[in-house]
Design a protein around this ligand. Sequence first.
Ligand code: NAP
Ligand code: MG
Length: 398
Amino acid sequence: MEKIKMTTPLVEMDGDEMTRILWKMIKDELLEPYIDLKTEYYDLGLEHRNETNDQVTVDSALATKKYKVAVKCATITPNAARMDEYDLKEMWKSPNGTIRAILDGTVFRAPIVVKGIDPCVKNWKKPITIARHAYGDVYKGSEMKIPGAGKVELVYTAEDGTQTKELVHEFDGPGIVQGMHNLNKSIESFARSCFSYALDTKQDLWFATKDTISKKYDHTFKDIFQEIYDAEFAEKFNEAGIEYFYTLIDDAVARVMKSEGGYIWACKNYDGDVMSDMVSSAFGSLAMMTSVLVSPEGYYEYEAAHGTVQRHYYKHLKGEETSTNSVATIFAWTGALRKRGELDGNKELMEFADRLEKATIDTIEAGEMTKDLALITTIENPTVLNSEGFIKAIAKRL
Ligand code: NAP
Ligand code: MG
């Protein structure tokens, strides 16, 4: 069989621990036998980040700006324990944070739906993708404990020195206060990323805030989304046969529970934090969750939603057998290959991505799976495979 050719390289960001092991197996067994794989390789493994003073992370993000599509393996975010374990020069920042700061954008998380791994919510038939705004609000807030009676005000001092004040509360006893902010520019790029991703994936977009109560703060989110939709996306949505739907957050939550899924739910930062954990756990497993960073300029970085699966890696190092689920990492590759194919007009590459996803899902639906899924499946007597065995079973179907 002749291998599928690629014209533009993918930016490949290798990572750490068990996912680094899976990364190589996926390339060896599922990709390289079929594709003349063209990548620009960046080793984001912690050792190499340390050797390069984390320059490699910055370089990989800049390469993503150049080529537009990246695929990333899970990476260690160093903490005190990792400082000793890897003898680090510094406690390097989270690579995802560094990459996000350079590319800007929104993270979309979607479950991979498989028969036999049923969502707890019985009417959810299609995936629900959460798009979480990743800037500001309570995550960049400032807070005070108010010790006793007194007045709290918001004060804005313009560059020319003029001041605008707004009373928060006249305290007659102890209490608490919180100030937070967001930026029009950040909300605009959040909106554009969501609309673009909805068009890309041909799914409706839902957005919700509490604008009835928060008439300036949340209402600004609502207004910015509507303005950008009307000016730049309404026509394209019509053509694609998809819908933009705005409602109140409490109404959205109620509707989500009764829905059958199949849409993107854009959430403000806090709502996205809380709701993405609810949605992912209700769909079954973090190992069945994909994640993609979409920048407003049209750069895409695909990855698994889970970490480096450290506990399994230590077992692997001791020579013990592991049963680590590679589905989310495989889907990071297929997402990136499909997007690359789309940008290059490479139909064969796009079809390969579809086939590999189908082979992966068929393998699980035929009862061959890793231990994490075997524990929650409704399929009777599943065959529990080890990390490599599962990838080989997919290869056989492919
Ligand atoms: P984790 O790697 O997501 O794993 C937590 C637990 O979830 C595992 O111990 C395992 O449970 C289960 N699990 C996760 N992925 C699985 C898979 N593919 N197959 C089977 N089980 C899976 O989170 P962590 O242990 O908290 O973090 C480990 C490292 O990952 C940390 O250094 C953290 O900084 C990093 N991290 C990176 C990213 C990223 O790069 N995007 C994201 C999160 C965390 P059992 O042990 O019960 O089997
Ligand atoms: Mg959270």
